[in-house]
Design a protein around this ligand. Structure first.
Ligand code: SF4
Length: 104
């Protein structure tokens, strides 16, 4: 069986990815929540957080959530457009950042 993989800067998107936000750098503009509201949401403190499986905001520092493959494009766009450069997408397996300010 062939697993179809979407193009993405040469990165294998067939591997599980997760995303986290560095709230210390978040400007609160809400771009991420517009692009991928299933994954990101602003809290009443004006900062963006990733959401857990039950749609709850994960507010522990560095908390991450899985990136659903159908939402990968939107999550990557969020990371690319994020004014705070604070959205980090990494592989679950080795925690290497593949999209975001620390990606190679
Ligand atoms: S796009 Fe970046 S800076 Fe803007 S609200 Fe989301 S995490 Fe914060």
């Amino acid at each position: 069986m062939t697993v179809q993989q979407e193009a993405g800067s040469g990165t294998d998107t067939g591997v599980p990815l997760e995303v986290w936000i560095d709230q210390d750098l978040c400007t609160g503009d809400g771009i991420c929540a517009q692009y991928a509201p299933e994954v990101f949401e602003l809290d009443i403190d004006g900062l963006a957080y990733v959401k857990g499986a039950g749609d709850e905001l994960l507010q522990a520092p560095g908390a991450s959530t899985p990136v659903p493959l159908p939402l990968l494009t939107d999550v990557v766009a969020s990371a690319e457009e994020c004014p705070g450069d604070c959205i980090h997408v990494r592989r679950v397996s080795d925690r290497v950042e593949v999209y975001g300010p620390d990606a190679e």
